[in-house]
Ligand binder design. Sequence first.
Ligand SMILES: [Cu+2]
Length: 464
Amino acid sequence: MDSNQFSRRNFFKLAGAGIAATAVSRVALAALPEIISAEKASTQAPLQPNTGRPYNPVVTLNGWSLPWRMQNGVKEFHLVAEPVIREIAPGMKAHLWGYNGQSPGPTIEVVEGDKVRVFVTNRLPEVTSVHWHGQRLPNGMDGVSGLTQPAIPVGKTYVYEFEAKRAGTFMYHPHADEMTQMAMGLMGSWVTHPKNPKFMAVDRDFIFLLNAYDIDPGSYTPKINTMLNFNLWTWNSRAFPGIDPLVVRKNDKVRIRIGNLTMTNHPIHIHGHEFVVTGTDGGWVPPTARWPEVTTDIGVGQMRAIEFIANELGDWSLHCHKSHHTMNAMGHEVPTMLGVKQDDLVEKINKLVPDYMPMGETGMNEMSDMAAMMDMPLPENTLPMMTGKGQYGAINMGGMFSLLKVREGLAKNDFKDPGPYQHPKNTRAYEFKGEVPEVQRQSVDDEKTAIELQVRKPTGHEGH
Ligand SMILES: [Cu+2]
């Protein structure tokens, strides 16, 4: 874009107009859009545009959208990179780096063709920059420190200006000491809405980022050198049961936009509905190229937009299908104890280790019950590994898990949790109360099979 189209010079004109020194500083301050900060980690109502061209706003899961100001036809936003305290779920807070009070930062929403100016103020203890992942823009606005711009020094504000050329879903994150700054939670979402608000319009449009942290039980700050062994798998820096449900009306057309800024892929799975992938990092998928799925794998650095009609009432799970990603921190080096009798062992171990507790003898379900009853002495500021209470008991989940709640009769912009789904009579799994038949052993006629079975039969001490 031609920089003359922008009114950058106007800021300096004011400063040179011979106003008293104090007034100058006030004018200089006023030249920057005010800093709007979020205090809460809960999902905020969609930001309805009151200036600029119309669009259908998104709902950021456990997040919010950044208000802008119009300045001579340019949408101006102000991001502040700073240390923040983010509640990961009730009972655990993390000391992260974020933007405008939270990690991730606010979602930025603009319309295709908008001229955009983003002020970025650096209140971190080190240099930073912002890369606008996926966007078409002048090379010098790409935010790669050292390559396309000097890094933003501590305490300084840099300005990014470009036209939002392509409609779609994007991410933003630092491109300066990236490993540290992304491990600390510096990231956010960006949506460029299509010029025509009717194009690809949906009733409810959700957005969130997949991110991950390595925070030792009992501590607050992520370990920044971790490459693969993260222990907190989060959506918008929240872990279940801290992730809000996605509340929709029956028969709503729903879009969920998911960006992956972790170091591994996440197969995101939905229950009770099929969806189609309608958007990728490169843009909208042509209708003829879409196919139905119930799980879509989202690679590192990728974004996927999925769409479906929510026509089945209920509380439907929406989660990453890697089962270790639906657990919270507790170390995965716990040995498998399935079937290991520990009764007499515990007594002996207790003489050596007074706090030892037997774990996992019949599976790990007992873990969530223990945690739920707070019998288990977890370190302070630590989430139970598996948790969450449903109307029928423990849900045994953590991490990247939430619920799609489909209900009838919700108001247009009602995203409030409607509570647990009331299953209509005779539509819930139930206990069978009759006799369970005897096991029928299949008679083995085939000689060959009989020999194989004999070979496989356990032979006691042999081989030990
Ligand atoms: Cu995952």
